[in-house]
Design a protein around this ligand. Structure first.
Ligand SMILES: C[S@@+](CC[C@H](N)C(=O)[O-])C[C@H]1O[C@@H](n2cnc3c(N)ncnc32)[C@H](O)[C@@H]1O
Length: 258
């Protein structure tokens, strides 16, 4: 549920994020995100660079699925090395369009999001190589998406869509060949069902970074909702909101070594 619109520090109205996910371009979404100090895609990009791009097979790009890719925030950082503040400016990389993703890390990036306009933007701006709008919470992927998923090595997720992890991850596990997952559950979402999924599917899961700043709450009401939900899950007030930021854990799940 999105909080009621309120006034931010810079005087602009905070609007519910849900209204900003599926527009023709990312300007209003990034303006809103920028005001909240959103930084988590840069943490995800660091993890991918540190742990995955350096150890991939030579001669084959790392195939990465950006689950809930939105307008392609992760692609701007991973494929183009854009500074995060430029992303908030709403600019696309200079290599956008036909010169798709030239000069970036050796990654083949597949974007998936139910927001059709956002995915179209991400593809046209060169922020993903392929884009799909299949809703994995509603059933298995369609044929084209299933083909793309079949070669995925790594799934990344930076949008804190914690309630959707189990159906989405299950559909990906069914379509792909045991990829790794880097994902960012918010402190106020129960991760028990996801941990059970990893166990059932023979995966090991670890927290790479605990209580990372995700973004500032939109208002006091959202802050109170996060804190009370986190406390119901046995987390403390102190780790729910740190230095004014809602927190996420950055987690890595990968096939268990037998
Ligand atoms: C907080 S945004 C994050 C977008 C992007 N990862 C980023 O960091 O800017 C959450 C995204 O989840 C997407 N979403 C919601 N339900 C989804 C679903 N069932 N499958 C895929 N994406 C979904 C929304 O459309 C939205 O783009």
């Amino acid at each position: 549920m999105s909080p009621t619109p309120s006034q931010s520090d810079d005087g602009e109205a905070n609007v519910a994020f849900d209204d900003l996910y599926d527009l023709a371009g990312p300007g209003r979404y990034y303006a809103q995100l920028g005001r909240t100090g959103y930084r988590i895609p840069s943490v995800v990009a660091d993890v991918v660079r540190e742990r995955f791009t350096s150890v991939r097979d030579p001669g084959r790009p790392l195939h990465v699925l950006d689950l809930a890719c939105g307008y392609g925030f992760n692609g701007a950082l991973l494929l183009h090395g854009m500074p995060i503040d430029e992303v908030f400016g709403g600019d696309t990389p200079s290599s956008a369009g036909s010169e798709l993703c030239d000069g970036g890390a050796d990654i083949h990036l597949v974007g998936l999001d139910i927001a059709c306009n956002a995915v179209r933007y991400a593809v046209q701006a060169g922020l993903v190589h392929e884009g799909f709008t299949d809703d994995l919470t509603a059933g298995p992927p369609g044929a084209a998406c299933a083909v793309a998923l079949s070669s995925i090595d790594l799934v990344i997720e930076s949008g804190a869509i914690g309630q959707l992890y189990v159906p989405c991850f299950t559909a990906i596990l069914d379509a792909a060949d045991r990829p790794s997952f880097v994902y960012c559950p918010r402190i106020d979402v129960d991760q028990g069902p996801v941990d059970e999924l990893w166990q059932r599917r023979g995966y090991e899961c670890q927290t790479l970074r605990a209580a990372e700043p995700y973004r500032r709450p939109l208002d006091a009401e959202e802050a109170a909702m996060v804190t009370s939900a986190a406390m119901r899950l046995g987390r403390s007030v102190d780790e729910s909101i740190v230095d004014g930021y809602i927190t996420v854990d950055v987690r890595l799940a990968r096939p268990a070594v037998r």
